[in-house]
Design a protein around this ligand. Structure first.
Ligand code: MEV
Length: 442
């Protein structure tokens, strides 16, 4: 089916957009339209808020918001909100939280909060002249941005540095104004990008009037001004440790064998990129869920964290595990540029509530909480992988999804849950047992 191009789509009303979609794409237009409308919020104001987050909104797309309680972090107890669709993630986080609460909890530390942005430009002249020009006008770059930085500076943040970087070895004529920022509790994307665009404008303007350049050198080409989501100096560490003998909850392995096998599993992810990607994906199950629930940009976080995982030239595990003098240690170190003010954090009512559940954390607090969620998730995954295997817990949680697909009644769900209580769930067994149970029904 070829659908003709549509003009002025964004200007149509929501209803007209839906009608257009239904007439061109839906096999059953009435059903499709009614499904989209079923997901509209009955509170018109709340719906309008969501409609206006993006362009061409047609409905809402639900993701469950769950909570994982009993996270002891630096001696304080947290309940962590998690927005995620994957069945086993919140259950695994809660289990790991409880396990470590009984063994001293999580310890965390913020190692840095520096954000980065760059003006990328092309200059084809003498390098020394450019360096001289940059040194002379650098104070002007700061002062020209003062209308943007004023409020941030009052709170103790602002621009912390601007450097001229020569990249001509990588691309002819390519230089950067590499800038660093402290954005406190804001993620800071708008602040940083506004500063950078101001730097670019001032830099170009000043070059035109600079006597030390010839005419060609005055013509600096600004290619783009944008923050970097790679923030290797905006880093948090979270860790747990306990005597090896206290790793005593798994019947399959003795505490000593558990600790050794656990360390081996993490070491495999440290040396083997295929495993490292899946290992880190499990970590991101926890981190993304917190990042999403607290209204932060999970794409930015994902991009930055995976770049960090390859910072030494080979993709590796974000966590480390080791045994030292009969103590088991497990830790994570990740970059996280998060905000707890501005953006979606003040707009989305559920984000505000999630932050309230976390006792209205600062950005630094939230970095620590998200890192803990990642470490807990990784602990839970490896613990399952080296003992029962991942499918037992995963499929137990997935059972409800299968039953919902089968349109099972409440009675059938209860029967199935108790039938599989102590059995491994497989898709084919669920179907078999479900059908047999249905046949027995009057
Ligand atoms: C599944 O979402 C995540 C895991 O594959 C992570 C891992 O293998 O460590 C279980």
């Amino acid at each position: 089916m070829t659908v003709p191009p549509v003009k002025g789509f964004s200007k149509l009303s929501k209803e007209d957009k839906i009608d257009w979609l239904a007439s061109h794409y839906f096999s059953n237009p009435d059903e499709g339209i009614s499904l989209l409308k079923k997901y509209w919020n009955h509170d018109a104001k709340l719906q309008q808020l969501h409609d206006e987050f993006i362009e061409n909104t047609i409905t809402n797309f639900y993701v469950p918001l769950g909570v994982a309680p009993n996270f002891l972090i630096n001696g304080q107890n947290y309940t962590i909100p998690m927005a995620i669709e994957e069945s086993s993630v919140v259950a695994a986080a809660s289990k790991a939280a409880k396990f470590w609460m009984e063994r001293g909890g999580f310890k965390t530390e913020v190692l840095g909060t520096e954000k980065i942005g760059q003006v990328h430009f092309i200059y084809q002249g003498h390098k020394k002249r450019l360096q001289k020009f940059f040194t002379a006008i650098k104070p002007k770059l700061f002062s020209a941005a003062s209308h943007i930085t004023k409020n941030m500076e009052k709170r103790g943040g602002g621009i912390t540095g601007i450097e001229l970087i020569d990249k001509t070895g990588e691309l002819p004529g390519y230089f950067q104004l590499h800038s660093t920022f402290e954005t406190l509790d804001a993620m800071g994307a708008n602040f940083i990008n506004s500063c950078l665009e101001q730097f670019a404008a001032t830099f170009k303007e000043e070059a035109v009037g600079w006597d030390g350049f010839d005419d060609a050198e005055k013509d600096i080409e600004i290619v783009m001004s944008i923050l970097s989501n790679y923030v290797p100096n905006c880093v948090v560490r979270a860790s747990v440790s306990c005597p090896v003998k206290d790793l005593d909850e798994d019947r399959e392995l003795t505490p000593g064998s558990f600790a050794e096998k656990f360390v081996r599993a993490v070491d495999i992810a440290r040396v083997e990129p295929h495993r490292a990607v899946t290992h880190n994906k499990g970590i991101m199950n926890g981190i993304d869920a917190v990042v999403l629930a607290t209204g932060n940009d999970f794409r930015a976080v994902e991009a930055g964290i995976h770049a960090y995982a390859s910072k030494n030239g080979k993709y590796t595990s974000l966590t480390k595990a080791w045994i030292e003098e009969d103590t088991f240690h497990f830790s994570i170190e990740i970059p996280l540029a998060l905000g707890t003010v501005g953006g979606l954090t003040s707009l989305h009512p559920l984000v505000r509530l999630s932050l309230e559940i976390l006792d209205n954390p600062s950005a630094k607090d939230l970095m620590q909480i998200a890192a803990v969620a990642g470490l807990a998730q990784n602990f839970a995954a490896i613990r399952s992988l080296i003992t029962t295997g991942i499918q037992k817990g995963h499929m137990k949680m997935h059972l409800m999804n299968i039953l919902n697909q089968l349109e099972a009644t409440e009675e059938e769900k209860n029967y199935m849950a108790s039938y599989f209580k102590n059995k491994t769930v497989t898709h084919s067994d669920v179907i078999k047992v479900y059908e047999a149970h249905k046949r027995k029904q009057p």
